[in-house]
Ligand binder design. Structure first.
Ligand code: ZN
Length: 370
């Protein structure tokens, strides 16, 4: 009787998980319940829930195991890619098939639905102060992004993109957060040819982001963007930023992809305020060290899922993940990497070593910045 009750409550929990789109959990709970029915010698019920479990597995083969947050998705439409020489070369480099590229924002939402992605962080790529011909094209503006977010406020999270060489760069950062209600800023140091630790162009912006309490995501590693130099996106340069802005939440996009993941990992390891995201790579090519590290307390709260859509497709990402590593991450790691770490970036106050020291009764000079 007791076992029967247990099985029944497992089924109830499984149905709840299913309704909330926590598919991996629902599958596991159905499996556990059917095990009990087998033990109780009730083959009919066992068969019924085996079917239920198998149906979930089949129908969600390209879905995130739980409602995911894609921390890095570009609303680059076909029209956008075709008019931008650098982006066009990137699309070629990624062997991007144009049928996977959205025509409009509704397509992006559809692609999210097809992968159980609840929310996506979207942003433009502002290179408006560039003197390189390929980057002088008129790209999507922050206002365009804000307009997309207004259409799907529950599904999209806007980040601002500001070319730090713009004379009004700091004001634009402030406008992005205060007026356009963006939740963070995105930078691509290679696209603008400025090092991320550049004190003239970047530091006033970081200072403003600290003041506004918003995270910064910035490109690291190699890039498909043509006409750029990737010395600007070596992760090691962000070490200066993390040290000089200990209360700035800094996300190293693409984990230093292309061979610099060790640098990215060592920054995440040593700085409480540095995170990395997995975007720009299929699970097949994300380095095993990063995959393994995500299960450890040093990294578990600091690794964030992202795709780099449309260069990496959302459903493709999860169909590969479900095939090659469905059980590599613990349930807790999956919850954190696919969802909670990204959400926490926007709700928790910026981490400060000063606050920790003060709470331990240690002395910290007043108004200290670094
Ligand atoms: Zn990107």
């Amino acid at each position: 009787m007791e076992l029967e009750n247990k099985a029944e409550s497992l089924i109830l929990e499984a149905q709840k998980a299913l309704a909330a789109k926590y598919y991996a959990e629902a599958y596991r709970l159905f499996q556990e319940a059917l095990g009990i029915y087998k033990q109780l010698n009730q083959p009919e019920k066992a068969g019924q829930y085996r079917q239920e479990a198998e149906k979930i597995k089949k129908e969600t083969a390209s879905f995130a195991p739980l409602p995911a947050i894609d921390y890095h998705a570009h609303p680059f439409f076909v029209s956008e890619i075709k008019k931008n020489p650098s982006l066009y070369m990137a699309a070629r480099h990624f062997r991007l098939k144009m049928e996977g590229v959205p025509q409009n924002i509704d397509d992006l939402i559809k692609h999210m639905d097809e992968a159980n992605i609840e929310k996506a962080v979207i942003m433009s790529l502002d290179t408006s102060a560039s003197d390189h011909w390929a980057f002088k094209v008129k790209a999507q503006t922050n206002d365009d992004i804000a307009h997309m977010v207004q259409q799907y406020p529950d599904r999209l999270i806007g980040y601002g993109s500001v070319d730090p060489r713009r004379p009004d760069a700091v004001e634009e950062v402030e406008r992005c957060v205060k007026e356009l209600k963006f939740k963070g800023l995105k930078f691509h140091p290679a696209a603008i040819g400025v090092f991320p630790n550049d004190e003239k162009y970047f530091y006033p912006i970081y200072e403003k982001c600290v003041e506004l309490g918003v995270p910064v995501q910035s490109h690291t590693g190699t890039t498909g963007l043509y006409f750029t130099k990737i010395k600007h996106t070596m992760p090691i340069y962000y070490d200066d930023v993390a040290v000089d802005f200990p209360t700035l939440k800094l996300v190293l996009l693409h984990f230093g992809i292309g061979g610099w993941q060790d640098q990215a990992m060592s920054l995440v390891f040593r700085h409480p305020n540095v995170y990395l995201d997995l975007s720009g790579a299929s699970p097949r090519i994300i380095p095993r060290d990063i995959i393994q590290a995500a299960n450890t307390p040093f990294y578990q709260n600091k690794i964030i899922f992202g795709t780099d859509y449309p260069f990496v497709g959302m459903a493709q990402w999860f169909s590969t993940f479900n095939k090659i590593m469905p059980d590599v991450w613990t349930e807790e790691t999956k919850k954190k990497v696919f969802r909670e770490n990204a959400l926490n970036l926007h709700v928790n106050p910026p981490f400060s070593a000063f606050e920790v020291l003060k709470s331990e009764g240690m002395e910290v000079p007043p108004n200290v910045k670094r």
